[in-house]
Design a protein around this ligand. Structure first.
Ligand code: ADP
Length: 761
């Protein structure tokens, strides 16, 4: 079986192809023998220079050598289409293929095929009589028994592009292919007729149509000739016009583009409108109007891509694989909209990027942070000076394909202004019922977004507008434990930091204790963004030393960290020594994961006023009132303290405002400590909402809060008993290090902190 690259020649199944005998010998190293089997592999270019496997199309055709030498040509009778599963070009220029059979739709009855071939042949022969064209072609015609053979023997005499020839081969339906061949050949005849002396009048309607298209082609051909002769004179408009011919616009877009082109032609180049119209048309023509085909993705390969770039995140990766499997089964390009929620640096955006890689699609990130106007999403109408497309269409233009993976970053940072609601516009983008005709105000023609795979990211759920949240499936990223951070640092962040500092991988060594010190003493975060920055800094400092010391490798020990990082270790928030009465450690959920916070309370001489500071607003004030009432009822003999004094409660800011309620138990305990004068250990933290009856109810963000507790060196934590089930989502290493005590009433807590006697009521 010989594999022969094909340039400049059409190959189709059941056809005839003639190859130059010397070309045949060159690509096979052998002379042709009758009956030899071949595979003809069409190339994407007409240039038969050095080749690589990418230069060829994915479909090829098998054939048998009919006659090894017909006037210096090898005649090949082609047989079937085959799909190229793998191709390789060997060093000696020969090509190796692995192929499988690729049948198409046989929807053209044989009798009809024969009749149409006969009619076309007759037309070609009658034409050849008059104009004596290409005697060889005329001779070859006599061997052709079907339309495929007709076009394959005649195509070397025509001007056809590789893509046009391949489109015939790739056409699945025999009937559609026959129609395309007829169109090409009739057009060709008309073209020859025009350029020949004959200007015969033909009445039949269909021929008029062919003629018109032939004239247009010839004008375009002449114009191109002119352009080639004077490339410096090709105007910008002409370039746009050429582009417009090639871009597969839909009807509405073509109409709009035609209108704008027309206006551009009538405007002077210096007019104000000109630049705007030009930019618009350029943008429209640059969009990916062509639909991409849905691809089957090998789940094992996708898994490997996800594993390669990210440590841990097991549940999340599995969810992504499920999504890919569903896309494969449904043969669709988009699916449910995932929303990754978690602290900064937990890998949300970078997993998005890996998903694109696993799906073998383009990746584009659209940042929504600070978006306030609807026009940011949907574009400005073209009547404005300086109007622009919105971020979604801008993203599509950047991606350059109709089916990218689009990460909409920070959906929780959308806000609203008097200029319309961006969330409502985004809703339309994400709605599968509507997004196939998404109309950007600037573009002003519908664009199909239904193949885009959208992924949203956010730091907290609270700030995502509810209707948007309903559309999405939330996937929590709860942050990394110290061990996970260690692995991420060693396996991913350090090699990358070395690379970006221009250092060979493995040449900077950071011993285990030093790496743990970076994690524990120089960063304080749920994600790994700070850690990444630290490792980048170390590698940059190391780069200077490597260059100055003319050495190749360097070890950074724990006691050198301060020098390499040029900063002090992070101060641990938890005080080591005993605390004063009235201060209790709480756990809060913040934008950057979990955090510990201190609730401080103090009596000052006064008359029962309550002051709350720390920017926490109404929710917090209500929690303070509940706590005060509870403590008054729990310690009736101390109630008068509240009348004779003013109470000041201070909660450091930073926690999300809604966290007020989950500080309920902490507030109550702090006040109890204040009135009893007993201290509570600073290494004990707690979180939970309380009701007036003293019942503790559940809270959100438990994994983040416990992780923060461990980071801050807390040893014991009270959590609401109803949150016990959520412990399943908390890493074992955290649970091992903390004493976690589920509590259901305020009394439980006060008993365990010895603020109330066990025998008290
Ligand atoms: P986010 O979008 O959640 O703020 P990023 O995706 O920007 O976070 O991640 C910050 C950095 O940390 C990136 O360089 C990313 O590659 C890295 N990173 C985060 N999680 C992991 C992980 N599990 N494995 C390897 N690298 C990670």
């Amino acid at each position: 079986m010989y594999i022969i690259p094909i340039y400049n020649v059409t190959v189709l199944p059941d056809g005839l192809t003639y190859l130059r005998a010397d070309a045949f010998r060159k690509s096979t190293g052998q002379a042709a023998e009758q009956g030899d089997k071949v595979i003809l592999l069409p190339a994407k270019t007409d240039n038969s220079g050095p080749v690589s496997a990418d230069d060829f199309y994915d479909l090829a055709v098998t054939g048998v050598i009919g006659s090894p030498d017909t006037n210096g040509y090898v005649e090949i009778r082609t047989q079937d289409r085959v799909k190229v599963d793998a191709a390789e070009v060997l060093d000696d220029g020969r090509i190796q293929l692995s192929v499988s059979l690729f049948a198409g739709a046989d929807d053209l009855p044989e009798a009809e095929a024969k009749a149409r071939c006969a009619a076309l042949k007759e037309e070609l022969l009658s034409f050849s009589k008059k104009f004596e064209w290409a005697p060889v072609a005329k001779y070859l015609l006599s061997f052709c028994e079907n339309l495929n053979a007709l076009i394959t023997v005649l195509s070397p005499f025509m001007e056809m592009e590789a893509a046009e020839r391949y489109a015939l081969l790739a056409e699945n339906s025999a009937a559609d292919r026959a129609a395309a061949i007829e169109r090409i050949l009739y057009e060709w005849i008309e073209m020859l007729r025009l350029s020949g002396e004959g200007n015969e009048k033909r009445e039949e309607e269909y021929k008029k149509a062919y003629r018109e298209s032939a004239i247009k082609k010839q004008i375009a051909y002449l114009q191109n000739e002119l352009d080639e002769m004077h490339p410096e004179n090709v105007s910008d408009l002409r370039l746009l016009e050429q582009k417009m011919e090639k871009v597969p616009l839909n009807d509405t877009a073509r109409k709009e583009a035609g209108k704008v082109l027309h206006r551009l032609k009538s405007e002077g180049e210096n007019s104000q409108e000109y630049a705007m119209l030009y930019d618009y048309l350029d943008f429209l023509l640059g969009l990916p109007w062509e639909k991409e085909e849905a691809r089957q993705i090998d789940l094992n390969e996708a898994r490997a891509v996800l594993e390669r770039e990210h440590y841990g995140l097991k549940k999340i990766k599995e969810r992504v694989i499920q999504q890919i499997a569903v896309l494969n089964l449904k043969k669709s390009q988009s699916g449910s909209i995932l929303c990754f929620v978690g602290a900064p640096g937990t890998g949300k955006t970078s997993i998005g990027k890996s998903i694109a890689e696993a799906l073998q699609r383009e990746y584009v990130r659209v940042s929504l942070g600070g978006v306030r106007d609807e026009a940011d999403i949907r574009g400005h109408r073209r009547t404005y000076l300086g109007s622009m497309p919105g971020r979604i269409m801008d993203g599509i233009a950047k991606a350059g394909v109709s089916n990218p993976v689009m990460v909409l970053d920070e959906v929780d940072k959308l806000s609203r202004s008097y200029n319309g609601d961006p969330a409502a516009a985004l809703l339309e983008v994400l709605d599968p019922e509507q997004n196939n005709t998404f109309t950007d105000h600037y573009l002003n023609v519908p664009f199909d977004l239904s193949d885009v795979l959208f992924i949203c990211t956010a730091n907290t759920l609270d700030a995502i507008p509810a209707p948007l949240l309903n559309r999405m499936e939330v996937i929590p990223f709860s942050g990394y434990t110290e061990t996970e951070k260690y692995h991420i640092a060693v396996e991913h962040l350090l090699p990358k930091a070395e690379q970006s500092a221009g250092i060979e991988p493995g040449h900077i060594r950071i011993p285990e204790d030093a790496m743990h010190a970076i994690i524990a003493d120089y960063t304080m975060e749920a994600g790994v963004r700070g850690l990444k920055k630290m490792l980048d800094t170390i590698c940059r400092t190391a780069a200077v030393r490597l260059v100055e010391g003319k050495c190749e490798e360097l070890t950074v020990t724990a006691d050198q960290l301060r020098e390499f990082l040029d900063r002090k270790p992070v101060r641990h928030t938890v005080a080591q020594d005993a605390q004063q009465p009235g201060v209790v450690t709480g756990l809060a959920w913040t934008q950057s994961g979990g955090d510990v916070l201190y609730i401080e309370t103090l009596f000052t001489k006064g008359s029962g006023k309550v002051t709350v500071t720390g920017q926490l607003g109404d929710v917090m004030k209500e929690s303070v009132q509940i706590a005060v009432s509870l403590v008054k009822s729990l310690y009736p003999d101390k109630a008068e303290l509240f009348e004779k004094n003013d109470l000041h409660v201070h909660v450091p800011d930073g926690a999300v405002p809604k966290d007020g309620p989950s500080a309920g138990i902490t507030l109550t305990t702090a006040l109890s400590s204040l009135v009893t004068g007993h201290t509570v250990s600073p290494r004990l933290a707690m979180t939970g909402e309380v009701s007036l009856r003293g019942v503790i109810s559940p809270i959100g963000g438990l994994p983040e809060k416990l992780m923060a507790a461990k980071r801050a060196g807390i040893s014991k934590v009270f959590i609401p008993a109803e949150n016990e089930d959520d412990l399943a989502d908390v890493a074992q290493e955290i649970k091992d290090d903390l004493t976690i005590i589920p509590v259901s009433t305020v009394r439980d807590v006060l008993r365990q902190t010895q603020l109330v006697n066990t025998d008290q009521r």
